[in-house]
Write a protein that binds this ligand. Sequence first.
Ligand SMILES: Cc1ncc(COP(=O)(O)O)c(C=O)c1O
Length: 445
Amino acid sequence: MSGPRLKNADKRFVWHPYTQMKDWQQDDNKVIVRGEGFYLIDSEGRRYLDGTASMWCNVWGHGPNEVVEAMREQLNILQHSTLFGLASGPSVKLAEKLVKLAKGMDRVFYTDNGSTAIEVALKMALQYWRNMGKPRKEFVSLERGYHGDTAGAMSVGYIKQFFSVYRPILKKVHRIPSPLLYGSKFDSERDLVEHCLEQTEKTLRKLRGRCAAVVMESGAQIAGGVVIYPGRYQKKISKLCEKHDTLLILDEIATGFGRLGNMTEYVAQRSRPDIVCFGKALTAGYFPLAVTLAKSEIYDAFLGRYSENRHFYHGHTFTGHPVGCAAALANLELYEKRNLMQQIKANSQYLESRMCEFEEIGTVADVRQKGLLAGIELERNGKPLLYLKKERLGQFVARESLKMGVHLRALGNIMVLIPPLAIDKNNLKTLLDTHMELAKKAEKL
Ligand SMILES: Cc1ncc(COP(=O)(O)O)c(C=O)c1O
């Protein structure tokens, strides 16, 4: 069965994200109509291994399973009701579960996507200090950070190429270095980390009494170039935040729930955030839902009489959608039932054991991997390999991978391996082999 055909559907009306629509070949466009296991199936019946985990969020692949069943059941009982002034069964149960899972966190605020979970975190931090009678307006974030595409998220996760045009609506943020050894002036991770910490401390000293929070991805930066944090780096940043009495906001939207081999990365990193954001894999990628978790010290500062205006002014129509919460609950149960973290550990080891094969390809300049995340950085004549002849590496990878029956997207000059979290070994092998073949092809062009 190839799924519904789309003979009469006109594809021109969709404006695609991060896409130059002038280059968009209407005839070439693949329209995905169905999913089966780890494969996406287009309107012509062709199958593609979901090598991007459908934008880094898919856990179980595609098709019916317990999560889908829970969503169906929830749709039969209650399709949607608001959290403004009311609770819903799934939102209550999920919050309890998340608080148990996320050590040190006491309350859960729901949103619809990762970007707005970050907006919530930033607003919470600002208002926390205001409510404490010590207003603070500055934020510190990492170079190469990415936190989403809404205004606050773009401000703290500023990537020049993406966001410079939107500067009029962005807030100026203080940057600290990202701990990437490759391309840095340092020979050892130790020296690099020391430098990053020194710069962070210098910035926090300069902002004494003015910094609302340090914002960073937890465990690794992905969109900014697959930067895996060296051991103890995050823990030390966390300590600096405590020392300089500023909040730490950790973004686990892309790195939590097993992506780096740990259920909660900030716990594995032995860091102590005040606010943590989760999204993406939270619902196995089946429903747009994200959360911002806060410690009780933050939450308590929002309590008071209405007239004091201490309460949090944030909420969306679909905040804490019951179908999304039901999906997340079933997803977390399935993690336990299928012992997913064990499987991720085994697959991570396999991935690690094969990463060295890339180093034999002439254009591969650096290989970085942790858990089920890997980045293969390409370079030619000492410069990032962004173009192959006149074509961007990203376009080449997207087109050629589809021809090979795999869907992939590169990040600038970096090929990124980020499979569905429950991928089986055979499909992981296919994914690795596809990357290898593409890297070899790119070398020859
Ligand atoms: C670390 C990180 N934070 C936030 C976001 C934004 O999430 P969303 O795309 O759901 O808005 C992303 C998306 O890729 C991300 O990687």
